[in-house]
Design a protein around this ligand. Sequence first.
Ligand code: HSE
Length: 308
Amino acid sequence: MDLNKVTVRVPGTSANCGPGFDCLGLAATIYNDLELTLLEENSLTIEAHGDGAETIPTDEKNIVWKAARMILERSNNAEKFKGAILKMQNNIPMSRGLGSSAAAIVAGLTAANEIVGKPFNRKEILKFATEIEGHPDNVAPAIYGGFTISTVDRGQVQTFSFLPKLKLKLIVAVPDFPLSTRIARQVLPKSVSLKDAVFNIGRASMLVAALMQGKEKFLTTAFDDTLHQPYRTKLVPGMHEVFHAAKKAGALGVCLSGAGPCLIAFSAVAKHIENNIAVEMVQAFKKNNVQANALILDLDTRGAYVIG
Ligand code: HSE
C-alpha cells in the first residue's frame, strides 16, 4: 500500500436553501472523487476527468492543490512533500451553483490531511475551507453532509448539521450556461431593509424547524427569499416561471441553488412526483430559451470521506 496516496469522495452542495443566504446549505448525492499522491520531489501532475475537465487549471493555480498545500504548510509538511499527482473524477456540474469549488477545496484539504496523519479534525478543516471559499455555506455540508446551519464570528466557524425528519427528493434543473459566484454577488445590494431581513429570518427559522420536525405544511413558504434571489432573477432567465412550474407540479418549495444558475425544488419522497417536477422545470426553462437538464438527487448524509 502506498502511504502517500489516498482517494476521497466529496458531495455536491446547495447553499442558501432560499432564505438562508450564506448560512444554510445541504449536501446532495452527486460526488467528485480525488486521488491524491504526495511526492517528495517538486513535480506537479494534474489529471481531470468529467464535468468541465478541460477548464480546470493543471498548474499551481489549481484550487485542489492550493487546498492540499494549505494542510501541508499548517502541519509543517511543506518541506517534506513538495509535489503531487492529482487525479480527479468530477460529476458535480461546474459553476452552476452545486458547490463544485467547495468540493474541490474540501477534497484537497481532506486528502492531504489524511496522508499526513490527520493532524486536523473536521472543525479545523471547516475553518480552513471557509478561509479559502470566503463563506461556509457550501463547504460545511460538503464536510459534514445533511442540512447545515453555519455561522462565522471573527474567523471562527460554527456548523450544526442535521438530518430532516421528512424524507425529501431534491430536483435540480441545471441550465446549460455557467454563472460565476463573483458576478452573482456583484448584483447584490450592500444593505437591505429591516422588512426584508425580518421576512428572511422568519422563513429561515421556519425552514429549519419544519425540516427537523417533519412538518410538511410549514415548508410551503419557507424556501422564499428577499435578500438575494430578487436581484439575481435577471441572471437566470425564466427563474420565476420555473419556480411556478415546480410548485404547480407539487414541489414543497423551490429556490435558487447557491448563487445559481441551478434551481432546486424539494418534494416529499413518499409522493413519487419528482420525475414530473423535473420535466416541468426543464420545460419552463425551455419556454425561456434556456436548455437545461434535470438531476434527481437525495440528501447526502455523510459528507466527505476517504474511500481508499
Ligand atoms: N451563499 C453564496 C451566494 C453561495 O449565494 O453567493 C455561492 O457560493
